[in-house]
Design a protein around this ligand. Structure first.
Ligand SMILES: *Cc1c(COP(=O)(O)O)cnc(C)c1O
Length: 386
């Protein structure tokens, strides 16, 4: 079956007992045991719940994996992945990693002596050099990538990085939040673990916070499931249901996100108020060729730098249709200011170095009418000229 149909029907198509076309919400914490040691496959909902399981099997299917896991947030999923490592292990991360991911690595896991090193993934020779220099003690256990990155839309070659990591015995973990399995499937390109903030495109309606993992190795799934059950950051049955609903329309939503973002990028490229655009769909952008090779669309997120002709603070508050807010990937357009919102946890100096400057804004293009969106941006600029 092709992905458009998989999205609708999922791994578990409705309810066998009643014929309901949707997976029921099994709002239960525990299950009746017929006799000691005999049950119907479920004992306690932290360990397993049928609604959550339908979702977990669905993300595995969509990502071409063998197993999936659902967590109470993207950060809970990332925390579970980081819990695979021990004191003394090291991971490699990109410089403009999602702020919350950097924070948990730098402020929590570092306290447990899980070390990290920052690398520019567009320079594969740098990745190789770091892996090579740590080879002696096989310290590096994982390479964590986001592509495109948030908010600067840097592109990493998933296939090449996975190959390199494998050679040095490190896992490749890909945060696929920005693309979703509809546009990019890292496991097919050689990655070991895919993680999502399902709060974004998979959910799609800004009504649930959730995280998903997919892997294609049973041993790795067992380890992650053990961590999920031990640490307990599971997704509840109701939120699992909401996510199953959202996933059904992922394909048509992303088709429209793609179209709208492309038009907005064209508009911004013509604007006298914009000095730089970060969007993988621009033919002269750095990662264009690599992105085109590994994904089937450019997604709905783009960032841009507003020049000094505009008061960017005023611009952000004068938009009427586009909402100022954190998050992305919903049907409604959201704009945010990374330096003070999503990426405030990253130290000022590093922000400047990597390009998260104060007049950078990130736009998550929704699926509204494109003319309305363009008008809103245009009016916003007009009202904020200094
Ligand atoms: C939002 C986000 C996360 C964190 O997910 P939550 O669901 O907010 O916990 C991780 N990675 C990326 C790329 C994100 O956009």
């Amino acid at each position: 079956m092709r992905i458009e149909s998989l999205l609708i029907h999922g791994a578990i198509d409705g309810d066998e007992t009643t014929g309901a076309v949707n997976v029921p919400i099994y709002q239960t914490s525990t299950y009746k045991q017929e006799e000691l040691g005999k049950n119907k496959g479920y004992e306690y909902s932290r360990t397993g719940n049928p609604t959550r399981e339908a979702l977990e099997k669905t993300i595995a299917l969509l990502e071409s994996g063998t197993g999936g896991l659902a967590f109470s947030s993207g950060m809970a999923a990332i925390t579970a992945i980081l819990s695979l490592f021990k004191s003394g292990d090291k991971i490699i991360i990109p410089s403009n990693l999602y702020g919350g991911t950097f924070r948990v690595i730098d402020k929590i896991f570092k306290n447990f002596n899980i070390q990290y090193e920052i690398v520019d993934f567009s320079r594969l020779s740098d990745v190789k050099r770091i892996l090579e220099s740590n080879k002696k003690f096989s310290k590096i256990k994982a390479v964590l990538i986001e592509t495109p990155t948030n908010p600067l839309m840097d592109i990493t070659d998933i296939e090449e990085v996975s190959k390199l990591a494998k050679k040095y015995g490190a896992l490749t973990v890909v945060d696929n939040t920005f693309m979703s399995p509809y546009l990019q499937r890292p496991l097919e390109l050689g990655a070991d673990i895919v993680v999502h903030s399902a709060t974004k495109y998979l959910g799609g309606h800004s009504n649930v916070v959730a995280g998903l993992i997919a892997v294609n190795d049973n041993e790795l799934w067992d380890k992650l499931h053990f961590i999920q059950n031990s640490t307990g950051g599971v997704l509840g049955p109701f939120d699992s249901f909401i996510l199953l609903q959202g996933i059904k329309t992922l394909g048509i939503r992303l088709d429209r996100h793609n179209q709208n973002a492309e038009k907005i990028a064209e508009f911004l490229a013509q604007s006298e108020y914009v000095s730089k655009i970060y969007y993988p769909g621009l033919k002269d952008s750095k990662g264009y060729e690599i992105h085109k090779k590994q994904a089937s669309g450019f997604g709905g997120v783009l960032s841009f730098v507003i020049n000094e002709k505009i008061d960017y603070k005023k611009f952000l508050s004068s938009l009427k249709l586009i909402t100022l807010g954190e998050s992305l990937g919903g049907v409604e357009s959201l704009i945010c200011h990374p330096a003070t919102m999503t990426h405030a946890a990253i130290p000022y100096k590093i922000r400047q170095e990597v390009g998260i400057v104060d007049n950078l804004v990130r736009l998550s293009v929704g699926i509204e009418n494109i003319e309305d969106l363009l008008e809103d941006l245009n009016n916003g600029f007009k009202e904020s000229i200094v």
